[in-house]
Design a protein around this ligand. Structure first.
Ligand code: SIN
Ligand code: FE2
Length: 199
């Protein structure tokens, strides 16, 4: 996609069902919710987290929190299959030794979208981002350092993994409005796992 950014087609496809089962387990302990942006808008993507820290947003801002603000409890721990996949995908993309401590789990229903943004709430940009797509396909936008830089559009399908780090670590990215469809494992939904070293 760019120097430091790689699309690994189907890299997680054969682990899809196991990853979705793990997501179900996370959602029992920490249900999906639509968070509020600092500007006061409810996000169209529903989110939860697993790991030592979870990404949250509310009127006070974007940040990582060690506890689920809805329950006051720590986030569910990172499943072993998430850690293994993140390490393997990062290695394949040229970032060996990646050990995430946070996984944001995004759930898209038809009509949901994620506008162009940078992942910049992490403590150290020396670590890559590993992003795993499951269920319905979506159009991913990948731009540059500036929000106004030209964007590439790529279809992300079930099992695709995108890794970005190095020179691309702070590149803007987003997801266009999800179109309705039916996936054998997720029905009318798309899930995305975004693994980071947050703390
Ligand atoms: C994100 O940037 O957090 C999610 C990207 C995606 O859903 O593919
Ligand atoms: Fe992101």
């Amino acid at each position: 996609l760019a120097e430091g950014a790689m699309l690994l087609r189907g890299f997680a496809a054969e682990r899809g069902a196991a990853l979705l089962a793990a997501i179900e387990g996370i959602a029992v302990a920490a249900p999906f919710r639509r968070m509020i942006t600092p500007g006061g808008f409810e996000m169209s993507v529903a989110m939860t987290n697993s790991g030592t820290a979870g990404w949250v947003t509310d009127r006070k801002g974007y940040r990582y929190a060690r506890h689920d603000p809805d329950s006051g409890k720590p986030w569910p721990s990172l499943p072993a299959e998430f850690l293994e996949l993140a390490e393997a995908a990062a290695t394949e993309a040229g970032f060996p030794g990646f050990v995430p401590d946070a996984c944001l789990v995004n759930r898209y229903e038809p009509g949901a979208r994620l506008s162009l943004h940078q992942d910049r709430d992490e403590a150290d940009y020396g670590h890559p981002i590993v992003s795993v797509s499951l269920g319905l396909p979506a159009t991913f936008q990948f731009g540059g350092l500036k929000r106004s830089d030209p964007v590439k559009k790529v279809a992300l399908r079930h099992g695709d993994v995108v890794v970005w780090g190095g020179a691309a670590r702070l590149f803007h990215h987003g997801v266009l409005t999800l179109r309705d469809g039916e996936h054998p494992l997720t029905g009318h939904r798309r899930f995305n796992l975004t693994m980071r070293k947050a703390l």
